[in-house]
Design a protein around this ligand. Sequence first.
Ligand SMILES: [Fe+2]
Ligand SMILES: [Fe+2]
Length: 341
Amino acid sequence: MNRFVARAVLIGGRRCNWYLSAPSPAAEAAAVVVRPFDDTAEHCWASIGGAQWRRAMSSAAERTSAVAEKDRKETAVAEMEKEKAESGVLVSSYWGISRPKITREDGTEWPWNCFMPWETYRADLSIDLGKHHVPKTFLDKVAFRTVKILRIPTDIFFRRRYGCRAMMLETVAAVPGMVGGMLLHLRSLRKFEHSGGWIKALLEEAENERMHLMTMVELVKPKWYERILVLTVQGVFFNAFFALYLLSPKLAHRVVGYLEEEAIHSYTEYLKDIDSGKIENVPAPAIAIDYWRLPKDSTLKDVITVIRADEAHHRDVNHFASDIHYQGKDLKEAPAPVGYH
Ligand SMILES: [Fe+2]
Ligand SMILES: [Fe+2]
């Protein structure tokens, strides 16, 4: 039946051929790709009755020609599919989901799917890196001590291997924002109330931390045992932080604030090793140049400098969030640091 329809339509018209002369999976997919919402489909089906008559009247030469044409198109479609698969470009789907062509300011094609040009920014390097929240209350001291204790095993394990250390710690750093954002999201649903922008602010922090990780993995490739360590640490840390945020968001944010202070310290040490030549100042990964809108000739030092500035912003956001809770208020009562980098 398919062959009959295919031939009838091949003779009936070229446009219909994209829909109906596609017995192979590749060609069927291509029919969807090329004309996903073709308004000639109805016309094609309507023409089948006429095509039956034409089929009866067609000569052997016409049939041979149609089959040859079909083969040619199948080959062309298969080649197109192969090209797309090799280039890594996903085909458009029947569901209409496709990415428009996006270019950089200089006209070159935007290569990233994980973030778009309008999500990039220039890091605010003027931020005060030395700010510190002096622990005064019992909970502050608990948070401060907890972070200091957590630092001991990381110092022992990584020593001055700051590339490795940063990559591993970023796998943890991206968790609190996601947990906090998720819990505020659920609270907003339960209570039928706005979050005042804090869901977005915390999820932005999580995404920003994840981009730090995506940058670091371009510089340091995790070994198998490091991947296992990440799995274990994530399993423990996610659940611990989830429970902590449920019990005491002010303590949870304070802990993150101190973790960020430690991150600033670690990245400062990283920069010292780059300056002293212990760590080679390699060219910046392409993803970092686009994400932080860095000059094309940027280096690792530039990347670490902007990441450190991000950490300083996270420090401020989390200490601020904790302070809001200390004042007995909900986060939504204070301005959310959306887009705060
Ligand atoms: Fe980070
Ligand atoms: Fe951070």
